[in-house]
Write a protein that binds this ligand. Structure first.
Ligand code: CA
Length: 223
């Protein structure tokens, strides 16, 4: 998943970023409110972690502008301000969750997973599709109980396709999803990437279908 961390505390931002990267998320950082605002206007993220006390534009204003643009991206506010007024203000502006500093990275990661599941209407952190079982928490894919060896970015694309099963994922969405991770910037590169991925899923019988002129999809399973 693509996660934007908006945090001006360099050490905290890096600690959170590296934990999330370990879990195979694609992490982008913004260190000020206006940088965050520009990045949110230009890119699609799956989750935003938002500090409140930020240079130039505070977190409330970033959130207000984000919702004004009708973006529904889930936002978790991370802040040392823990007054009930701030919580209420943040939630009223359209934040989805609120975590007070200092927090445990494990708790933050669990909340990120919960939000991703909620966004995609999955009740657990596992997706089962035919013989495939994707463990989103453990970042593992198995086929009939046997582990399937995937790179972090291959896993991220399988996850994207499975979370949107039955719906087309465009090449541009895949490019956006992998942005900053690997230099997959053209639709040709996406085709090569998907070709490799198909081979790895070959034995499972699960097919990544090409929808001409649009993108790819994994058809809805029967389970
Ligand atoms: Ca701050």
């Amino acid at each position: 998943m693509r996660i934007l961390i908006v945090e001006d505390d360099e050490m905290l931002a890096e600690a959170v970023a590296s934990a999330l990267r370990q879990s195979a998320h694609m992490v982008t950082r913004a260190a000020s409110g206006d940088e965050a605002d520009r990045s949110l206007a230009a890119n699609e993220y799956d989750v935003v972690l938002l500090d409140l006390g930020l240079p130039r534009l505070d977190g409330f204003e970033v959130l207000r502008r984000l919702r004004q643009r009708r973006s529904r991206v889930p936002v978790i506010i991370l802040t040392a301000r823990d007054s009930p007024e701030d919580r209420v203000a943040g939630l009223d502006l359209g934040a989805d969750d609120y975590l007070t500093k200092p927090f445990q990275l494990a708790e933050l990661e669990a909340r990120v997973r919960a939000l991703i599941r909620r966004t995609h209407a999955h009740a657990s952190s596992e997706i089962v599709h035919g013989p495939l079982r994707l463990d989103m928490a453990g970042r593992r894919l198995s086929c009939n109980g046997q582990p399937v060896e995937l790179s972090a970015r291959e896993l991220a694309v399988v996850e994207l396709l499975l979370l949107r099963e039955g719906r087309v994922v465009t090449k541009q969405q895949i490019v956006d999803h992998l942005y900053g991770w690997e230099d997959i910037s053209s639709s040709n590169a996406v085709e090569v990437f998907v070709y490799r991925l198909r081979k790895k899923l070959d034995l499972s019988g699960v097919d990544i279908k090409t929808v001409r002129g649009m993108g790819y999809l994994i058809e809805k399973g029967n389970d």
